[in-house]
Design a protein around this ligand. Sequence first.
Ligand code: ADP
Ligand code: MG
Length: 345
Amino acid sequence: MQQPSTTMKPRLHPLLTFLIIFTILPGCSQPQTPHTTTRLVMGTLVTITTWNVPEAQERQGVADAFREMQRIDRLMSSHHPQSLLSTLNRAEENSTIALDPELALVIRRGVEIHQITAGAFDPELRALIRLWNFSGDQPATTPPDPQQLASVLKTQKKRKRNRLINQNPPAMSVGTGGANLDLGAIAKGYAIDRAITVLQQAGITDALVNAGGDLRILGSKGEAPWRIGIQHPRRDGEVIAVSEIRSDLAMVTSGDYERAFVHNDRRYHHILDPETGTPSDSGLISVSVQAPDAMTADALSTAFFVLGEKRSLTLLPDFPDVELLLVRSDGSLHRTAGFIATLRP
Ligand code: ADP
Ligand code: MG
């Protein structure tokens, strides 16, 4: 379908998607009912659903889980100037600074995935991400000036990277040009994992934490599985597959439809190829990853999106618990054998 030349897809546009994901397939005829609470956290509608938990315990556990996600956002958001991450990004180049242990944990995982994915996932892309401005208060509707882009990319490639030093207490040696950290492709996953831990600590054994389609599941829905639709990357409100999941598992999707604009009939989206500095054009338009934890699934969905099908599948043996559903730009799919889903025709 032809789109107007500068159509923004606001971050929250998938309200419909969201409704599908949650109201789809009520699925179960048991007498118990799920309890669902939705809040806006990290710029995303987050829903926490619990199954068969006494009301007071549920209310407390879920409130604590949301508080935990907000806490992570205040630590790791690159949008809030007051976040700890933003403070870190203001540190002087070539200095050594003490790191908050949680921030250290997420950065360490990010650096690890950066290395394994040959740089496709890069937690140090802040300057480029800001230049493209897909998720600022007033997101861009046109690509950046090519000269400016070339200059930021050149600086990006020349910079000496941050180095994590010490585990205990953790510290970081800041690279040239400042820390340049953006954890936008991994922090949400970590926040989902933390929310799950908080629910577990509240004695809740069956729950779903769903942050706009990025989710993690705990236990089951009584006798029934949790049933989750995966958004169709080109048809709003439609799903490409439905996953019926009965045990602890995370599933995260990165798609070129999530934050994007169309300019002169070209789609520009928020997942950048660190090599070119431009929206990744790997032949994939959506990547869903199933993994034991949401932090890994989050970072990998971004990395595989950038790597494209062939390189992703070559790399997959390095991640024994990870399964993939890839959508190619012609709409066709590739699914690994263990990816839990029923494809929709
Ligand atoms: P979403 O945030 O929509 O769930 P992703 O998890 O794929 O999608 O993260 C995309 C965000 O991560 C971007 O908005 C940007 O902040 C950051 N980002 C973009 N490209 C990369 C990349 N190659 N590596 C790491 N982070 C990236
Ligand atoms: Mg991600």
